[in-house]
Write a protein that binds this ligand. Structure first.
Ligand SMILES: [Zn+2]
Length: 238
């Protein structure tokens, strides 16, 4: 997910592993030109690796690896940013070991699916986030109003404290301080986010719409992890 230069010739690799979740790996001497492993440790490469770890240390030592798939290879710019945004998300959260396997599978499916869609990558990204939030047990309710549980005239506003949205009937002026009112287009996407791929094909997303939905996810994440979240990569999308 990330590699940080360490000393003259080494890297610290932050990796997502299927069995242990996020791990920090020291790849000693890997930046030497002759090192056979240098080419395989690019960002978002899927690897099979042999690691060593002293039981008393939190660090793993990189021994050898084989490339399974290079997700960013020949991937168009926008898609590559949405892939990196998912990695950015994983880097910012705490991954309990028991969720590692599901998140690992999810991100692979996400990368594969993203590779196939034409346009509206943001929707694929939001669905990825929603699934990840379910795995982590901090779901956002996109299905019905968090006050009356109905789906008529839903949703008109996002209600951070209740991890969901409210309908037109439940919206009251005194809630204005606590909720974020939604643009009509945003409302339509939220309502249909799980509806097949019709949404993917029919919709033309504006920058404002994408930005409002991204900010809802960021607020939700900040509420649950009690720190500020960001998707720096998404700021690069034109
Ligand atoms: Zn309601």
């Amino acid at each position: 997910m990330r590699r940080i230069p360490f000393k003259e010739t080494s890297f610290i690799l932050e990796m997502l592993s299927e069995d242990f979740g996020k791990i920090s790996v020291i790849a000693k001497g890997i930046r030497k030109e002759k090192n056979a492993n240098y080419g395989i440790i690019d960002i978002l490469n899927e690897l099979e690796v042999v690691l060593y770890k002293n039981p008393s240390s939190e660090w793993y030592i990189f021994k050898s690896g084989t490339l399974v798939k290079a997700y960013l290879y020949e991937t168009e710019f926008t898609k590559s940013l949405y892939m990196q945004a998912a990695a950015e998300f994983l880097l910012q959260i705490i991954i309990p070991e028991e969720d590692a396997h599901k998140l690992f599978r999810l991100i692979k499916d996400y990368f594969d699916f993203l590779g196939k869609v034409i346009g509206n990558e943001a929707i694929v990204f939001w669905r990825f986030l929603l699934r990840a939030l379910v795995i982590l047990g901090i779901e956002i309710n996109m299905r019905n109003c968090v006050i009356c549980e109905k789906r008529e005239n839903f949703p008109v506003a996002y209600f951070p404290q209740k991890s969901g949205f409210i309908c037109e009937n439940c919206f009251r002026p005194h809630l204005k301080e606590e909720v974020i009112e939604l643009d009509k287009k945003v409302s339509k996407i939220i309502r249909n986010i799980y509806n097949s791929n019709k949404l993917l094909n029919d919709l033309l997303l504006s920058a404002e719409t994408v930005s409002q939905i991204n900010s809802i996810f960021l607020i939700h994440l900040s509420e649950h992890f009690h720190k500020k979240f960001h998707f720096k990569t998404l700021a690069l999308i034109k």
